[in-house]
Design a protein around this ligand. Structure first.
Ligand code: HEC
Length: 118
């Protein structure tokens, strides 16, 4: 009789563990949320320049030489496109987040454009 109770309990515990494994967010998912993934885009230089002109040069300078914000004319040397996408999307200190102003594809295009400035 006791054996039955023990195996019953064991079964319940296993089921519970399995359910938790699938419902709790994994570490990867949490990291994913903190760092937005960049959508795949092909560089449209004219569109990127237009976006930068409209949204960025007030702080980063009309030649991206820097101003209120750091120079971006060689930013590709130390930030890759994913890092750029991350900064522009989420902002950082004095740098505003652009996730509500620009579409992810537009940000991705600007990130690609800037990543080539080395
Ligand atoms: C309101 C002013 C402002 C605007 C507008 C602005 N930025 Fe910035 N940006 C900053 C400041 C200030 C920093 C420095 C943030 C820090 O110290 O962490 C910065 C940092 C950055 C960085 C990181 C540079 C590095 O070397 O680490 C990137 C990339 C960047 N901005 C891109 C952009 C892009 C692209 C736009 C337009 C879509 C833009 N910024 C618009 C103020 C601005």
């Amino acid at each position: 009789m006791q054996k039955w109770i023990m195996s019953g309990l064991f079964f319940v515990a296993c089921t519970l563990a399995l359910v938790l494994m699938f419902t709790l967010p994994g570490k990867e998912e949490v990291a994913e949320e903190a760092k937005p993934t960049m959508p795949e885009v092909t560089l449209d230089k004219a569109a990127a320049e237009a976006t930068v002109k409209a949204s960025c040069i007030s702080c980063h300078g009309d030649q991206l030489q820097g101003g209120a914000g750091p120079a971006l004319n060689q930013v590709g040397g130390h930030l890759d496109k994913d890092a750029l996408f991350n900064v522009i999307t989420k902002g950082r200190k004095g740098m505003p987040a652009f996730k509500d102003q620009l579409k992810p594809e537009e940000i991705a295009n600007v990130a690609l454009y800037l990543s080539e400035k080395k």
